[in-house]
Design a protein. Structure first.
Length: 127
């Protein structure tokens, strides 16, 4: 068995740490009822990133405009146009093809495959 090591630049390492910290924080909310403590989809992402010192607007379209477009790495915000009328939902990518989000469908904060939510628009790195 062999191991491969990849060197990260300081900027890449910081982005990884920030993204993983957001995912770790997001996991701590799993099972929280939808809307509890103001935790709809944007309330949830705002709470997670607020704990990281990043303050997001309370609207999914405004959050989409907030950061830098990305590929949906761990901690990035992922956005959806579920009904065809504009960005209507946001979650936090885990980096493994899933996202953690406050779901009206499940009624809780849960982890869901990104591909299971209709209308994927794109991802943003808010940090």
């Amino acid at each position: 068995m062999s191991a491969a090591f990849v060197a990260l630049s300081a900027g890449e390492a910081q982005a990884y740490d920030t993204g993983q910290a957001a995912v770790d924080e997001a996991y701590s909310y799993i099972g929280t009822p939808y809307g509890a403590y103001g935790l709809d989809c944007t309330g949830f992402t705002s709470a997670v990133y607020g704990s990281q010192g990043v303050y997001l607007p309370d609207d999914p379209a405004a959050q989409y405009s907030y950061g830098v477009p990305s590929a949906g790495a761990a901690g990035d915000l992922v956005f959806f146009d579920e009904a065809g009328y504009g960005i209507s939902h946001v979650g936090i990518a885990t980096g493994y093809g899933t996202m953690i989000h406050s779901s009206t469908y499940f009624g809780i904060i849960t982890e869901t495959p990104i591909s299971d939510v209709p209308g994927y628009v794109g991802a943003v790195d808010p940090s």
